[in-house]
Design a protein. Structure first.
Length: 111
């Protein structure tokens, strides 16, 4: 990884949610919220947990505000922002096997 990337400046925004899906309108709100997360570049990490890599804290704040603007009227949504360094300390398992973790997307720098 390049020296340009600072593990304390690169951020991960994680969105956790539990939305009701009993009625047709509730299902629509769930699907709309999920669609907005995907459109904003979030990727599925686990069921009802989406995450997005951000190059700076300011960029992470932009994406947090977008999630806040898309909040459905019912349900529970949590937003957690952590540094790349903190995220790198997470241990991830599939069954009993350890995996290397969630891969940071490569970024292209244009001059």
């Amino acid at each position: 990884m390049s020296e340009y990337f600072n593990k304390y400046q690169n951020m991960w925004v994680m969105v956790f949610y539990d939305l009701p899906m009993q009625t047709t309108p509730e299902k629509r709100r769930y699907l709309l919220f999920r669609k907005k997360l995907l459109k904003d570049g979030f990727r599925l990490f686990q069921f009802s947990i989406y995450m997005r890599h951000c190059a700076t804290r300011a960029n992470a704040e932009v994406h947090k505000k977008r999630v806040q603007a898309a909040l459905p009227e019912d349900g529970h949504v949590g937003i957690l922002t952590i540094t790349d360094r903190q995220f790198g300390n997470m241990e991830i398992y599939y069954g009993r096997q350890t995996v290397d973790g969630f891969q940071e997307p490569q970024q292209l720098e244009l001059f």
